[in-house]
Design a protein around this ligand. Structure first.
Ligand code: FEO
Length: 168
């Protein structure tokens, strides 16, 4: 693969690690608000992002390249509401989708078929991620903070867990 593509993949790997950092900050906000289920949702999300980064780490090595680990920017730690947390998460995922489209454009331009194939998994994953956030935002807009429905959602998210086998 061309250096340009290897660098773009490496940047994406680091962006996935940064995404884990972003979701960890969101989890911390929910934990501080005693919303343990919502916090669990974001802790699982952070694990998924680290897993995504490691997928690219492995691919770079498989293709005779190396992963270069960069420093992470400080994520936002201040939120007004759980709804705002999810809205920012949704925005983050849409930004990530665009990054994968740009990466795919580079790979297609280079006719780097192994990478084009590799990126398909992420593009499918982005469809799921965006739908997940969008669906939760719709629910949160329908219910009041402090209502039973809100705490039921918190209880539902307490059961979310990370399953690497399902992600593979
Ligand atoms: Fe790694 Fe949320 O996409």
């Amino acid at each position: 693969m061309n250096d340009n593509l290897a660098t773009a993949l490496n940047d994406q790997m680091n962006f996935e690690f940064y995404s884990a950092h972003v979701y960890l900050a969101m989890a911390a906000h929910c934990s501080a608000d005693n919303l343990d289920g919502f916090a669990n949702f974001f802790l699982v999300q952070a694990e998924e992002e680290r897993f995504h980064g490691m997928k690219i780490y492995k691919f770079l090595n498989d293709r005779g390249r190396r992963a270069t680990i960069q420093s992470l920017a400080e994520p936002n730690n201040t939120y007004e509401s759980v709804l705002e947390v999810f809205e920012q998460g949704y925005k983050h995922e849409m930004q990530n989708t665009k990054r994968f489209y740009d990466l795919s454009d580079i790979a297609m331009n280079d006719r780097e078929h192994a990478t084009i194939n590799f990126l398909k998994w992420f593009i499918d994953e982005q469809v799921e991620e965006e739908a997940l956030f969008d669906g939760i935002i719709t629910k949160l807009k329908r219910i009041d903070h402090d209502s039973n429905a809100f705490y039921m959602l918190d209880a539902e998210f307490a059961t979310r867990s990370f399953d690497p086998a399902a992600e593979a």
